[in-house]
Design a protein around this ligand. Structure first.
Ligand SMILES: [Zn+2]
Length: 163
């Protein structure tokens, strides 16, 4: 038994000198506004994983009204999501991620992101793909108002999974 999930997230730019994407700190002329560290990549991935398992979304598990999650490292949230999947007898097969950003340049950082994510979700480097595109200067991404991310993930059931 396999299940697929999709996640999407957006964060707006605000004051700051770096963004954190896929667990990687990237110097930039703005930061991303968020209750947590604003890691739009890991938030989209968490939602894809939770979606595949039928376990709701990141907002339900880690509400932004809860002070516990103020400025939280999103890798901690990702590892908690994977632990939750594990408790439900789900194993991650792979994840494919598309970051949509006009700036900063993402390509030099995708390999590092893959490493962080592969280690957090318990798969090989090749089972995590991270790619990026711009919107050719169109729309809110093109106007550099923020960064968006899509993620899809596949899970496989271990014996005893409630499906
Ligand atoms: Zn988010």
């Amino acid at each position: 038994m396999m299940r697929i999930g999709h996640g999407f997230d957006v964060h707006a730019f605000g004051p700051g000198d770096h963004v954190i994407l896929g667990g990687e700190k990237i110097a930039h002329s703005s930061g991303l506004i968020a209750h947590s560290d604003g890691d739009v990549v890991l938030h989209a991935l968490c939602d894809a994983l939770l979606g595949a398992a039928g376990l709701g979304d990141i907002g339900a598990h880690f509400p932004d009204t809860d002070a516990t999650y103020a400025d939280v490292d999103s890798r901690v949230l990702l590892r908690r999501v994977v632990a939750l999947l594990d408790a439900h007898q789900w194993q991650v097969v792979n994840a494919d991620i598309t970051i949509i950003a006009q700036r900063p340049k993402i390509a030099p950082h995708t390999d590092a992101m893959r490493g962080h994510i592969a280690s957090d979700i318990g798969v090989t480097h090749l089972a995590v793909n991270v790619k990026a595109t711009t919107t050719e200067s169109l729309g809110y991404i093109g106007r550099e108002e923020g960064i968006a991310c899509h993620a899809v993930a596949l899970l496989i059931a271990r014996a005893g999974t409630e499906v």
